[in-house]
Design a protein around this ligand. Structure first.
Ligand code: ACO
Length: 401
């Protein structure tokens, strides 16, 4: 029973670990990763099985409640989500405050944060019924908010959710459909998107999930904590990488498609160029999600069409990198973001929506971690530092500086 952390803190010792390379911030029973072996499991179930057999809504249930649902539990869960897809009418007007050219990520995180203002009856982290209600509200409303953020960016009218459709179908219709016009959901696209959401649904203590936990550790409500996670996800070193990958592929294509020249620039660290969609803090041999996404990219592009040239450039880039000493030495492999952009574009999403799709996928993971944290006595997250500034010095009057 000795708490080593407490003991060391009382002696004045501090562990210095920038980027948390080797510091576990929590115990967790949600997701298991073995970075050396390329293994990812949600609640013990291999990602390959979930991606092949499950649905995003079922995986959301699994992550949040810990077990696969029975048929009745799944129906009840789906039905409860279906009843909360609408946004408060006033919240709809919130979108008008943003400029038309706004990136959808800050629109998304702001609207999610604003849920705390519109749904004040589900903010208490210690009331299980309120936590349950905010969980369902988030799962139901995030696709609606995401679709509205898209509609705002293209200047098209919002569509109300059609609750006869599944979560993913509803999202596709609200994104690409028009009011009073029938919209046929392409089942191939819906199935592929559902599977991609499963692949993004959790990844233990990544940057955005750690952010959700840190915000939540101050006893902040679930909506606000998740909004913090969305902001952390936006950065190009994390979820923003899917947008950055596609911009990189577009640039390579526009400049003649020379992948070797691009790899040379990356190796020489010219202008800080990185091979986006490559490298991972934990995976050192391969990212099992990338393997699955690559397969989907091949099959979906052959079914729905898309820019094969872009996929070819991505494959050539992967090949060039994986046979190069720089990447071999550093054990850099494609991560989940490397091939997703090519698929999202083929589905019709503009590049700026890619990270929004990631956020939709990661939502159940954020919720599961926030709820898991609240099952233990709450301990505020508060890292220490190594101070490197001045020692004490005397104030100098402005005339003397
Ligand atoms: N391209 C070129 N070099 C790279 C890349 C890359 N994508 N990734 C890492 N390296 C190099 C680093 O420059 C460093 O080299 P050095 O030792 O010569 O300085 C070495 O590999 C180790 O990399 P670190 O940055 O120390 O690794 P870290 O674990 O801190 O970073 C990260 C991981 C942020 C994912 C990094 O690999 C990266 O920036 N990748 C590109 C962005 C990306 O794809 N992000 C998505 C990650 S997955 C996700 O969030 C869904």
């Amino acid at each position: 029973g000795i708490d080593l952390g407490k003991l060391l803190a009382s002696t004045g010792y501090v562990t210095y670990d920038p980027g948390f390379m080797n510091t576990a911030s929590t115990k967790s029973a949600i997701t298991y990763i073995d970075g050396e072996a390329g293994i990812l499991r949600y609640r013990g179930y291999p990602i390959e099985q979930l991606a092949g057999k499950s649905t995003f809504i079922e995986v959301s249930y699994l992550l949040i409640y810990g077990e696969l649902p029975t048929k009745a539990q799944l129906e009840d869960f789906t039905d409860r989500i279906r009843r909360h897809t609408l946004l408060h009418e006033d919240l709809k007007r919130f979108f008008d405050g943003f400029p038309r050219n706004a990136h959808p990520m800050p629109v998304l995180s702001s609207a999610v944060n604003a849920l705390s203002a519109y749904y004040q009856d589900s903010l208490d982290p210690r009331d299980p019924e309120q936590v349950e209600l905010s969980t369902i509200r988030l799962l139901a409303k995030l696709p609606t908010i995401a679709a509205y953020a898209y509609k705002k960016s293209v200047g098209q009218p919002f569509l109300y959710p059609d609750n006869s459709l599944s979560l993913v179908e509803n999202f596709l219709r609200m994104t690409f459909g028009f009011p009073a016009e029938p919209y046929e959901v392409d089942p191939e696209i819906a199935a592929a998107l559902d599977m991609l959401l499963i692949l993004h649904a959790d990844h233990e203590q990544n940057c955005s999930t750690s952010t959700v936990r840190l915000v939540g550790s101050s006893d902040a409500n679930l909506f606000t904590s998740v909004s913090g996670g969305i902001n952390a996800l936006w950065g190009p070193l994390h979820g923003g990488a899917n947008q950055a990958v596609l911009e990189m592929l577009d640039d390579i294509k526009a400049s003649g498609g020379d992948v070797k020249e691009f790899v040379r620039k990356v190796k020489n660290k010219e202008d800080g160029v990185k091979l986006m969609g490559f490298g991972h803090r934990v995976y050192r041999n391969y990212d099992p999600r990338a393997t699955l996404v690559k397969k989907v990219a091949d099959s979906i592009l052959s079914k729905i069409g898309g820019d094969d040239q872009l996929l070819d450039i991505a494959k050539a880039l992967e090949e060039a990198a994986l046979t190069d000493e720089y990447f071999i030495e550093r054990r850099l492999y494609p991560n989940v973001d490397f091939y997703t952009g090519v698929i999202y574009r083929a589905m019709g999403f503009p590049t700026r929506m890619f990270t929004v799709l990631f956020a939709m996928g990661r939502l159940p993971g954020w919720i599961a971690h926030w709820r898991e944290m609240h099952r233990e006595p709450l301990k505020i997250g508060r890292p220490r530092q190594i101070y490197t500034g001045y020692g004490e010095r005397d104030y100098i009057e402005i005339a003397g500086r």
